[in-house]
Design a protein around this ligand. Sequence first.
Ligand SMILES: [Ca+2]
Ligand SMILES: [Ca+2]
Ligand SMILES: [Ca+2]
Length: 467
Amino acid sequence: MKRKTKFFLLLGLIVSVAMSSGCSFPGFTSMDSMMHPPKATGTKAEIQEVIEENAGEDYVLDYPKSGNNRSAITMYDLDGDEIEEAVVFLTVKPDTTDATTHMYVIDETEDEKWKIVGDFTNKNNDIDCLEFSDLNGDGLTDIIVGWNTYTVNQNNLYCYMNGKKEMKEINTGETYTSLVTGNFIDNSKSEIMTMSLTTTDTPANGKLVTIDSDNSVSSMSVDMDADVGKFVSCSLGMLSTKEVGVFVDGITSSNDYNTQVLFYNQKTKRLENPIYKKANRGRLSTQRSTTTTCEDIDNDGIMEIPVVKKLPVLENLRNSDVSYETSWCNYDNNVNSAKTKSTVIINDNYGYSINIPNEWINNYTAYFNSDSSVLTFRQVVTDRKTKKQSLGKNMVTYISTLTNDWTNVGSKQGYTKIGDVGQYSYGYKIDKNIPYKFTKENATNIFVPKEDSESIAISPTEASNLK
Ligand SMILES: [Ca+2]
Ligand SMILES: [Ca+2]
Ligand SMILES: [Ca+2]
């Protein structure tokens, strides 16, 4: 299911990129038609006219490759007059040695004519990302652009400061791999947090780049894990102490995942990366063999970090069958530690997770049989004297079958159905020897189907069971 979801996400992304360019100028169908789009109407037509007047006939539109805005033409109200301006990327004479990439900022002037108010080129011809934020606190939204360099994982950070009449380019002189904008220091204006993987020029680092009211650039820096070779995601979110930070999930050289949290500490007045700082012989406490990334699991605005451990592999259990337990933790800067919000077993292959009841923690193990698609929970007993662990009683099992196979497989084996999600049916069976108070309601309540499954087909009664 995970694979399928990913495929649909990817497909969705391609469609949305295609659609967003289509929305800007309806009628684009191919790269070729993009160069000579059919005449649009209204505002779009006027913007198109301005582009052609300035770029001539021989141009192609360009797209930022990452970030929130991936269209060639992005509409955004930069000055707050409720009329959106257009930010356009294009390369003039693309097939010649004179090929030059431009960013046009096109605004509707007082006489209702669309005009270029900013035309910027760069020595680099590819765009990494386009973001919008008020960086100097003057109430006007500024433009942040990362231009790809020829060095892998390294982009140049430029800001285009929005003045009342003109835009001013600032080359911050900073390079980065990924960036996130946010109000990291206070609420008066935004800053840019950059994350850089180790390159030939620089060791891995995070930087908080600030632009003052006089448009001067300053930055503070913090070391990051040099063992991370790729960022999986860099998400803006709140720490449990309400500081805003960036949660950076990366892949290490041993193909594990880990998380670092970068934030501005109001007390020390410094940019900090505490999880990395407290690494034990280079290993971060957030290192994990699973591919789970940070997420605000309960939508309260505070980000959770997955802290993962392998459950006990005991007696005849096969190591590869035994599940990983994921604790969703908040990082608390005041007590300098992580607080567990909930503990779950995530079954990525079948798109569900099980919330572990508190009294089970440290007293159970779980293992998944991929032939029968059965996840078994089993008590773990610890000898008081020797501290030796052994398998105890059976507790509960969960089965996943293809919906068509439910009657012949799930039902036949005595499972109680929880519901259908997409192509799968799910059920549970409580063992009569379970050493905890555990009702049918408990069994359905701790079962959580993955929300992003694209086709959820549950009947209303089943849906209420799934809550
Ligand atoms: Ca405007
Ligand atoms: Ca501004
Ligand atoms: Ca949360």
